[in-house]
Design a protein around this ligand. Structure first.
Ligand code: IVH
Length: 671
């Protein structure tokens, strides 16, 4: 072979390899080689092309990004118009759609539909001639769009050359170009870091990116595409269904959405709709509904079109997640832990399937960044079950004289000073147990199922008891009597008696429940449990300093600081005293603390099955002697206890040279 031929064949081989691996990566989501290997092949091709510029072709993977910005976009004509879709918003309208089809086909047969997500991006047409991407255009008005070939070529999931066999002479595919959620977040984070304007949503970001005259800019934007239809096809196999057609596109290397399915009749559609609604938030890309298409291409042809939309397809939209409304006021809420949250009170608006009249502004940093003011027109977003939030102010909607929102100096509930620690986004009321907001919340927490478990004492009743002046603090609960509460709303003699009984019953509890019930910041159930086990008495927990607290599993410097601060407050100690005086008690936690702290400062990892005791018992016994028990082996591990069938942890211990003990040695150590 001549040298030139050899280079040519080497270049061809590299291109085929790169195209294949792009396909595996972008379309099948199943890479065969690591990124560095791809990069190596890519650089090899780049270097060969650099030395043989005559061999560069426009479909080479190195030629995605052109270097000349355009003066403007030229036009593309869509020989087959790019249509839009009619919408339905509920089951009834979907039923009507199905009936219309059956009537037109004069058949009662259940229709097979291809169901796919309605992607929230821009419709684009790609034209392949003899397998090469020769032109790409926006939808425009459906007949004439803009030629965005340069920009489309920069999207890595779109093949410049189709793969596989039986490629049609001419193929015009259509699909949606969009920006995946993660890429959008990253892009906006970058904009924030550089004090630049952010994109309102992924669709706008995708549109803005495709409209760049300089393809180098587009190339930096994380765009993707899913194909969902064929405009024209000349040559190639004759197909029966829409889903078969999409499968063919995938085989030719085109990117397709993996969530598509074929379903039967309206019930199948609704089922799919429900499934996708639940999946929606976890998808990596935004969708705003579902598209159902009659799957049989023959029936599609029979049904035809009206004006601008096909009769054989329909979009079933999700309820809008964003809406516009007015801010009536901005208020500050105080949570159980004293956190101050700015909240926008809104003109009620229907969004994400419910009526919303409050939206969170999270914290003062957010208020300042978004600069929301009373009277502003704002965009509200409610996605899934997430708390509705203010996305941004509608530009130009501000009333004259609207004042900037400032953090109040005093707690709106109790008037105590508001404090904000250096570097913390959250401001807090310093009123602790005084503050009614915190008091109510702390009593609710105290009575809740996983804490003192006072049967029948729900949130509403706590509110009532506090509002009516029956109780101020949690300890007051235990001086309630039937007479004191019988007058309350919906509180007859029987239920009053039941509540008093439940309170009496709740007095017998456990140390961990009691510690959890106190509502100390960052002390959840699990931490309360480990604290109780480690210290075994309330007095010991109260007396512990930050250093000894941090010896407990899961207790770091922050939790330790919260604990120490909590037990330093006279008010808190007072409440605890009163609770104990009221009769709250628990069984002693056995033994643990009487053990000598023979293993203090040692760290253990347990792995495999022990025969004489459970791993949990071994863990407790070790902790009782002052040892720390962790889940993973590191250089700092003192001993790894190896039971039967131990796996990777034993191997790791061996590699790191950590001392290993068998069960017999462990038992000896514990004696
Ligand atoms: S099919 C003749 N399928 O929705 C059928 N469209 O409202 C034409 N869209 O312009 C479109 N996902 O931009 C189809 N899976 C999907 C889609 C989809 C998003 C967009 C597309 C179209 C618009 C119609």
């Amino acid at each position: 072979m001549s040298e030139k031929k050899q280079v040519t064949s080497q270049i061809d081989k590299l291109r085929d390899q790169l195209n294949h691996h792009s396909y595996q990566y972008y379309v099948l989501d199943d890479p065969e080689i690591p990124d560095v290997e791809y990069d190596r092949l890519y650089r090899e091709l780049q270097s060969l092309e650099k030395h043989n510029p005559a061999l560069i072709t426009s479909d080479s993977p190195t030629q995605r990004v052109g270097d000349k910005p355009l003066d403007g976009f030229t036009q593309v004509k869509h020989e087959v118009p790019m249509l839009s879709l009619d919408n339905v918003f509920n089951a009834e309208e979907l039923n009507d759609f199905n009936k219309r089809i059956q009537q037109r086909l004069d058949s009662e047969d259940e229709i097979s539909f291809a169901a796919e997500p309605k992607l929230d991006g821009l419709a684009v047409s790609l034209l392949y001639e003899k397998g090469l991407l020769v032109r790409a255009g926006t939808r425009g008005d459906g007949t004439t769009g803009e030629n965005i070939t340069q920009n489309i070529r920069t999207i890595h999931s779109i093949p410049l050359k189709l793969l596989g066999n039986n490629i049609p002479d001419l193929l015009e595919v259509r699909g949606e170009v969009f920006m995946p959620k993660a890429g959008f977040e990253k892009l906006n984070q970058m904009a924030r870091d550089n004090d630049e304007k952010q994109f309102a949503n992924p669709r706008n970001a995708a549109a803005g990116s495709l409209r760049q005259l300089d393809p180098k800019i587009t190339a930096k934007r994380p765009l993707a595409m899913y194909c969902y239809a064929v405009g024209r096809v000349d040559g190639g196999a004759i197909l029966q269904t829409h889903s078969d057609m999409l499968d063919h596109l995938k085989q030719w290397g085109l990117p397709l959405c993996n969530e598509r399915e074929t379903v039967q009749g309206v019930d199948g559609c609704l089922n799919y709709f429900k499934q996708m609604s639940e999946l929606r938030d976890s998808l990596s890309y935004e969708i705003d509904g579902i598209v159902y298409k009659v799957n049989s291409l023959k029936l599609q042809k029979e049904l035809g079109f009206v004006a601008k939309a096909p009769r054989w397809a329909i979009a079933h939209k999700f309820p809008a997640q964003e809406e516009m409304t007015r801010v009536n006021a901005i208020e500050f809420q105080v949570g159980r832990t004293g956190a101050i949250t700015p909240v926008a009170r809104l003109e009620p608006v229907f969004v994400g399937g419910v009526t919303v009249s409050n939206a969170t502004l999270h914290n003062m940093d957010e208020v300042n960044r978004k600069d929301v003011r009373k009277g502003d027109q704002v965009i509200i977003r409610r996605a899934g079950d997430v708390i509705p939030e203010v996305v941004r102010v509608v530009p130009g909607s501000r009333k004259r004289g609207a004042r900037k929102i400032l953090l109040p100096a005093q707690c709106p509930v109790c008037g105590s000073e508001i404090e904000q620690e250096e570097g913390e986004a959250i401001a807090r009321c310093s009123g602790g147990l005084f503050c009614e907001a915190q008091r109510k919340e702390s009593i609710k927490h105290f009575a809740s199922r996983k804490a003192m478990d006072v049967d029948g004492l729900g949130d509403k009743l706590v509110e009532q008891l506090v509002d009516e002046g029956c109780i101020d603090h949690m300890d007051d609960l235990y001086s309630l009597t039937v007479e004191k509460i019988i007058g309350l709303e919906r509180m007859a003699e029987k239920s009053a008696g039941n509540l008093i009984d439940a309170l009496e019953e709740s007095k017998y509890t456990s140390l961990n429940r009691f510690v959890y019930a106190l509502g100390i910041r960052e002390v959840g159930e699990a931490t309360a449990q480990t604290l109780a086990q480690y210290f075994t008495s309330l007095d010991a927990i109260k007396a512990a300093d930050e250093e000894s607290l941090q010896k407990v599993d899961d207790v770091g410097p922050i939790v330790a600081a919260h604990l120490v601060r909590f037990f330093k407050q006279p008010h808190n100690l007072d409440v605890i005293d009163k609770l104990l005086k009221a009769g709250i008690h628990w069984d002693d936690i056995e033994a643990a603390a009487v053990e000598e702290q023979t293993l203090e400062g040692k760290t253990f990892v347990l792995t495999g099955t022990l025969t004489e005791m459970t791993r949990d018992d071994a863990k407790k016994a070790l902790q009782a002697r002052g040892a720390k028990v962790t889940g993973s082996v590191s250089k700092k591990t003192s001993f790894v206890v190896v039971g039967d069938n131990a796996g990777s942890k034993a191997t790791k211990a061996e590699q790191l040279g950590v001392e290993m003990l068998d069960e017999a040695a462990l038992i000896k150590l514990l004696k």
